[in-house]
Ligand binder design. Structure first.
Ligand code: ADP
Ligand code: MG
Length: 235
């Protein structure tokens, strides 16, 4: 065990291609990667290089053609669709570029949503939601709808929603892509706290060099191949 802790995500020789008409387009070509527990990993690379595809595979949203992904001892590439859906609900929190909040629900209700799938009581749900909204410093905005919040505030609600089930892994696809610099910094500060204080592992796809700079580990994907940051250009 090194000081970064044990390996949480182990990816071995992962490949994925998409079919377009009668053409096969290779996207990931034998990716191998280890992500330690509590890492804050930034994944960069040119547009179309397969970053979102890789993130979605790690998050159990999509299936690989070949290769293996093991997360905390569970080989998720071997799970059935139903098992994978359960695994995802318990282990992964999602943060998107455009927040993906439900416009007709309040901040409280948006954060509560993933808890409706659990057997927590209404009172327990309320406590968890309040804790998550306090973490992102929006407990005074819980009755606001997304349209009544700034972009930065909406992304913080989305982070509260991602952590409310207490997942081990948070995946974020361009989480600062639509934010001004100050709101982006708030979001990055939160991500840092999630790995530092709360022991989460954050995997973040980003184009933003300022965001990548805040991460602990930087990996670059180019043409379906992974390189260390020092071995590949950033764009
Ligand atoms: P990135 O996030 O690095 O911009 P993506 O992982 O989204 O890249 O996409 C990688 C490649 O796979 C692109 O060429 C894209 O067009 C293709 N692709 C992504 N998703 C699909 C899909 N569902 N069907 C077909 N092709 C796809
Ligand atoms: Mg993408």
């Amino acid at each position: 065990m090194d000081k970064e802790g044990r390996v949480l995500v182990e990816i071995d020789n992962l490949s994925k291609s998409y079919r377009r008409g009668d053409q096969t387009i290779p996207v990931l070509n034998g990716i191998s990667l280890r992500i330690p527990e509590r890492d804050f990993l930034a994944l960069m690379g040119p547009s179309g290089s397969g970053k979102s595809t890789l993130l979605n595979l790690i998050a159990g949203l999509d299936r690989a053609d070949s290769g293996l992904i093991r997360v905390a001892g569970v080989v998720i590439t071997d799970l059935s669709e139903i098992e994978l859906a359960h695994w995802r609900a318990q282990n992964v929190g999602f943060i998107f570029q455009f927040y993906n909040l439900i416009p007709v629900l309040t901040a409280f209700e948006n954060v509560e949503l993933p808890l409706l799938l659990t057997d927590l009581s209404k009172k327990e749900r309320r406590e968890h939601v309040k804790t998550a909204l306090a973490l992102v410093k929006l407990d005074d905005r819980m009755d606001h709808r997304p349209g009544q919040l700034s972009g930065g505030q909406q992304q913080r609600v989305a982070i509260a929603r991602a952590v409310v089930t207490d997942p081990a892994i948070l995946v974020a696809d361009e989480p600062t892509g639509d934010l001004d610099r100050r709101s982006a910094d708030d979001v990055l500060n939160l991500m840092e706290r999630l790995t530092g204080d709360l022991g989460k592992t954050v995997i973040m796809v980003t184009h933003d060099p300022r965001a990548a700079e805040r991460a602990r580990t930087l990996k670059v994907l180019d043409k379906g191949i992974l390189a260390n940051a020092s071995e590949a250009p950033l764009s």
